[in-house]
Design a protein around this ligand. Structure first.
Ligand SMILES: Cc1cc2nc3c(=O)[nH]c(=O)nc-3n(C[C@H](O)[C@H](O)[C@H](O)COP(=O)(O)OP(=O)(O)OC[C@H]3O[C@@H](n4cnc5c(N)ncnc54)[C@H](O)[C@@H]3O)c2cc1C
Length: 595
């Protein structure tokens, strides 16, 4: 059975030493009390919940899965309900929510760290509170006073949960094709009719009510994405703060049988004249839903970071215990029948790949979470716009780069176990199966790449990318003069120049033929991901080098991982650059009939 220890020191390293989070947050009145001690105390408590309460439910939850009962109700695996009750009881859902609705109003970055732990412990379970938090954010941003008063308090406390209902049988990526209908029945009420599929946490037994955010079309809606509206549709209606005993006209028609995240109920949801209210403006539902989708994209990055970390921990332990063959240098453990497999170079490659992707992903997600906190509090309009641009630019990179890396990392984790990795008992194959969905939902990774290159980079003639480039260049200027940093700064500087050249080239080619952008987008996103990681690993190396002579071997490991990243993972960009330039012709020339 796999185990998990929250990597608190690594979390603190990024929070306190790399980003000086508490002093950054102290600039804002709302966070002036959030000091290091407060953060550390929350990490300790969160770690207890994740390791002692949640992690023990993970493997059993995978084996058992969810069950749909004859009356349409859904039973989650043994232990899920109790873990959720303990989570709510301890006030975890309230952490970064508005105090006007019972939240603790702590910064998003603390919630982000909590979610890393929850996802390492049990991704399938974490999707229930994760989607609820997204629904909270969407209602908070777009709800009327009446809607906020009706729903937010119980979403914040965790008494109710939320979902996002976008996908239909004939459309997932292309939401412009949505058919679900909304018909006005009174001043503020609508009847929603249609079928939604793949709805995560659509029905379950963890909470007394489920608040569905549903995309549907009004009768006068224009075709395409400009004709979609968003509705709040509760499982049970609320009248005068009391839950109706009559269920709304919606139900879970069936559960999907799927590759991983078995403990999360993936539901076909049938809305049959269910009563709901409009959220945001008519026909502008997608814009409103984007609040939830963007939160969810960061959330999916956290899912994959969590899985990368837990796979690394288990495979590192196994590699120290498992004895096979002798080291190429001769026996390292002569008293044992063979050496532990950690002596072998390729086993170390697999371990360090996982570790580098965990450390890079942690620095990346915490950095963006800190930007989100700053952006929420910033009063200066120019700075706010700059932060919004950076967050928008890097959100698809978080979603796609971290989830692709996690699939590779969890696979490497499985491989370290040899045949035992393929056997369910060890838990490693579950991590691979769970990690696979993260590359698909919340917009597939291809769609994230098109969003990055098409909308976020070429869409504004590279303005947002240049802002990010300025941050990196400033760091290069500061650190490039220091001899001990050259091994990190040189490749970083080289990549910045390559990205500038490549972006111009693709931009020019795409003006003549849009398919050129489509063909380049996936390798382009990976290159940007590596640009982010090489900047962050150089920053982490800077912190570690500052501790030279401290005798704390922790910093030695930080430098080792950074050096591994630059030597073994970053060079992937050489082939990615070739791929990104290789054009669309070889993809598009074969006649469809010949496939
Ligand atoms: C377990 C699970 C949980 C989910 N949870 C939810 C949920 O809670 N709520 C919800 O609404 N949905 C949910 N989904 C749906 C998920 O978001 C969609 O499956 C996903 O967005 C892809 O849509 P699709 O499956 O219709 O694939 P399609 O849109 O049919 O895409 C098929 C393939 O074509 C590619 N493609 C499509 N268009 C383009 C293009 N323009 N250029 C290049 N490639 C393209 C895609 O990248 C993909 O590889 C979930 C799905 C699963 C499996």
């Amino acid at each position: 059975m796999p185990s998990y220890n929250a990597p608190i020191r690594d979390m603190q390293f990024v929070l306190h030493e790399v980003f000086n989070v508490s002093s950054e947050l102290k600039k804002f009145k709302a966070y002036e009390d959030v000091d290091k001690d407060v953060i550390n105390q929350i990490l300790e408590e969160a770690s207890k919940f994740a390791t002692e309460v949640l992690q023990p439910t993970n493997q059993a939850g995978d084996l058992m899965g969810c069950t749909r009962n004859q009356d349409g109700s859904v039973t989650t695996p043994t232990g899920f309900k109790e873990a959720y009750a303990a989570y709510v009881e301890a006030g975890w859902p309230t952490l970064s929510c508005d105090s006007a609705y019972g939240g603790q109003a702590l910064p998003q970055i603390i919630n982000t760290v909590l979610y890393e732990m929850l996802n390492s412990a049990n991704q399938a379970w974490t999707m229930y509170p994760g989607l609820s938090h997204g629904a909270y954010e969407c209602l908070h941003a777009h709800g009327t006073v009446e809607q906020k008063n009706r729903y937010l308090k119980n979403l914040v406390s965790g008494k109710w949960t939320g979902t996002m209902c976008l996908t239909e049988p004939h459309c997932g990526t292309d939401l412009g094709l949505i058919k679900a209908k909304a018909e006005k029945i009174s001043n503020d009420e609508y009847k929603i009719t249609g079928t939604k599929i793949f709805i995560s946490s659509g029905e379950h037994d963890l909470a007394e009510n489920i608040i569905h955010l549903v995309l549907a079309r009004l009768p006068d809606a224009p075709m395409g994405t400009k004709g979609i509206s968003l509705f709040v549709v509760p499982k049970y209606q609320i009248e005068n703060e009391v839950l109706s005993t009559q269920r709304n006209h919606l139900e879970c028609g069936s559960l999907e049988h799927k590759m991983g995240i078995h403990g999360n109920a993936t539901c076909v949801m049938n809305f049959d004249g269910a009563i709901g209210t409009l959220l945001g403006e008519p026909h502008r539902g997608l814009q409103a839903m984007f609040v939830m989708m963007n939160a969810a994209r960061l959330g999916v990055g956290m899912q994959s970071l969590g899985l990368t970390e837990v796979a690394y921990q288990n495979s590192a332990q196994y590699a120290k215990d498992r004895l096979q063959m002798r080291s190429l240098k001769g026996p390292q453990a002569p008293k044992l029948a063979a050496d532990p497999i950690i002596v072998h170079p390729d086993v170390r490659r697999m371990l360090l790949t996982q570790r580098a992707y965990a450390e890079g992903g942690r620095a990346f997600t915490y950095w963006i979470a800190l930007m989100i906190d700053e952006c929420a509090q910033e009063q200066d309009a120019n700075r706010k716009q700059e932060l919004e641009g950076l967050i928008a630019l890097l959100t698809p990179v978080i979603k796609a780069f971290i989830t692709d890396n996690a699939f590779e990392a969890t696979n490497e984790g499985l491989q370290v176990f040899g045949g035992h990795g393929y056997i369910a008992e060890w838990g490693m194959e579950q991590f691979v199966r769970d990690a696979r969905i993260n590359m698909i939902y919340e917009g597939t990774n291809t769609i994230q790449s098109l969003d990055l290159l098409g909308r976020k980079v070429l869409g504004d003639m590279g303005a947002k990318l240049r802002k990010f480039g300025d941050i990196v260049k400033e760091f290069i200027e500061q650190e490039g003069v220091k001899k001990e940093m050259m091994e990190f700064i040189d490749p970083l500087n080289d990549l910045v120049e390559q990205v500038e050249k490549l972006t111009k080239e693709i931009g020019l080619k795409a003006m003549l033929n849009h398919e050129e952008a489509g063909a380049a987008a996936v390798p382009y996103l990976r290159i940007i991901g590596h640009l982010v990681y090489s900047y962050l690993f150089a920053k982490m190396a800077r912190v570690a080098l500052n501790q030279k002579g401290s005798n704390d071997r922790y910093y030695e490991a930080k430098l080792d991982v950074a050096r591994f990243y630059f030597a073994k993972l970053l060079p992937e960009t050489a082939s990615l650059l070739v791929l990104a330039r290789s054009g669309s012709k070889s993809l598009m020339s074969m006649d469809e009939a010949l496939f």
